[in-house]
Design a protein. Structure first.
Length: 408
């Protein structure tokens, strides 16, 4: 083997889709099977473990969509009707007395015998209390029929649904106080690099602050993971080996740095030595040296150390992997085709993800796209994808992925 090939330069780069497909297949081969039954208040951000089936009709009974009057449309021939009862939400009505109407309020049960509700704006109350209806009435108007939204026994959410505010609200409408969810994914976060110092401490010569740790720990927490923060690991093969073997019962070791071809890049070396390196070198920019392997059976994702590379490879490859481990089917972020507001001269051999934002309806890119510049991402609202070999010009349609699609 030549020195060049040893350094990994001869190896063709793997397309992003292929790498993602492999990662998702690896995630499916190692699903998190344990579940827990949680109250709704604790289920936010978690993944539903079993299909949710409606145990009642929704609405459970016909109810009024308006404040007004309930009546039987056939009883009305143009004459005013007396009011025989008042029905408030939360109270059971009596059957409607024929030839009368019932005062009714939004959400109150429609009494047996009534088949329409007229909103009060279309009525006139006479001095003797009777109600005159000013417009023609239609059977069923302003009534929300029983089971209109959901029928008892219908599946309303499938296993693998991520529970956000809307899904939790839906479970609540069906009366579920608790849900079966997949247990949290346990992720150990490791920052490799002799140069790293935690924010708040003084910087020595050649040192920089560890930003990847904060970025990843916060992001993982948002994704509903249990984080084991393993701190900083110095650039040393023996310590890398020892550390990887000491992280205990975790579902994933997620590290940053030490995956390229430098003489102090030991993460890849440790995985290679353990004979379990599955994925390395992708056609993605930033993020080429992303590494996937196993160490003593524990999956390891080694993100490249440059902060923007960490961000892109976590968002586009690690996040879907983590969600799929929990059984989430749809892990693809939405991409919006937008007109480019930039001119890209240089056709790349890697798919580029530029930090970008929308200005006057066009995708604009940050002036410095170096993978070391995290400020580019703070300025940006998302990533614009520039495919291998393409050179978008202003006005060309380009796919834009908002950060909101990746962060939660
Ligand atoms: N000869 C080659 N050199 C490099 C190649 C290559 O193909 N051939 N690839 C480059 C690319 S692309 C990337 S990306 C980086 C990835 O390097 P590593 O993952 O090995 O990461 P390090 O070398 O440890 O660090 C890279 C860079 O990031 C800074 N860093 C690391 N960790 C942190 C952290 N926790 N917080 C903030 N900043 C961090 C580190 O100081 C370096 O500046 O390799 C290229 N080289
Ligand atoms: O892929 Mo590296 O992430 O370009 O800097
Ligand atoms: Mg390196």
């Amino acid at each position: 083997m030549t020195a060049v090939a040893e350094a990994g330069q001869a190896r063709p780069l793997m397309p992003v889709e292929q790498a993602l497909a492999q990662l998702l297949a690896l995630a499916e081969a190692a699903p998190i099977r344990e579940t827990e039954n949680l109250p709704l208040a604790e289920a936010e951000g978690r993944v539903l473990a079993t299909d949710l089936v409606a145990s009642l009709d929704l609405p459970p009974w016909p109810n009024s969509a308006m404040d007004g009057y309930a009546l039987r449309s056939a009883d009305w021939q143009g004459q005013p009707l007396p009011v025989s009862q008042r029905i408030f939400a939360g109270h059971a009505p009596r059957p409607l007395q024929p030839g009368t109407c019932a005062r009714i309020f939004t959400g109150a049960p429609v009494p047996e015998g009534a088949d329409c509700v007229e909103m009060q704006e279309n009525t006139e109350v006479l001095e003797d209390g009777r109600v005159r209806f000013l417009e023609t009435l239609q059977t069923g108007q302003n009534i929300r029929p029983q089971g209109q939204e959901t029928r008892k026994g219908e599946q309303v959410m499938s296993a693998g649904t991520r529970l956000g505010p809307i899904e939790l609200g839906l479970a609540a409408t069906l009366g579920h106080g608790r849900l079966d969810v997949v247990r949290k994914v346990r992720v150990a976060v490791l920052s490799t690099g002799d140069e790293l110092v935690e924010p708040g401490l003084p910087l020595g010569p050649g040192q920089i602050y560890n930003s990847n740790r904060r970025l990843l720990v916060s992001w993982l927490q948002r994704l509903g993971c249990d984080v084991v923060d393993a701190g900083i690991l110095p650039d040393d093969l023996a310590r890398t080996r020892a550390c990887l073997g000491s992280l205990g019962d975790v579902d994933l070791i997620l590290s940053t740095g030490g995956v390229s071809v430098g003489e102090a890049d030991y993460l890849g070396a440790a995985l290679r030595e353990a004979g379990e390196l599955a994925l390395w070198k992708l056609a993605i920019k930033p993020g080429k040296p992303l590494t996937f392997g196993h160490f003593q059976g524990v999956p390891v994702i080694g993100l490249p150390g440059n902060p923007a590379s960490t961000l892109v490879t976590f968002g586009l490859l690690t996040r879907p992997y983590l969600l799929r481990r929990q059984g989430v089917a749809d892990v693809t972020p939405l991409r919006f085709d937008m007109p480019a507001g930039f001119d890209w001269h240089k056709p790349g051999t890697r798919r580029e993800y530029l930090r970008a934002r929308i200005e006057q309806g066009r995708v604009c890119i940050y002036k410095n796209q170096s993978s070391g510049v995290l400020r580019s991402a703070a300025w940006a609202e998302g990533l614009v994808e520039v495919r291998e070999g393409s050179t978008p010009k202003p006005g060309d349609s380009v796919p834009f992925i908002p950060f909101s699609e990746l962060l939660g």
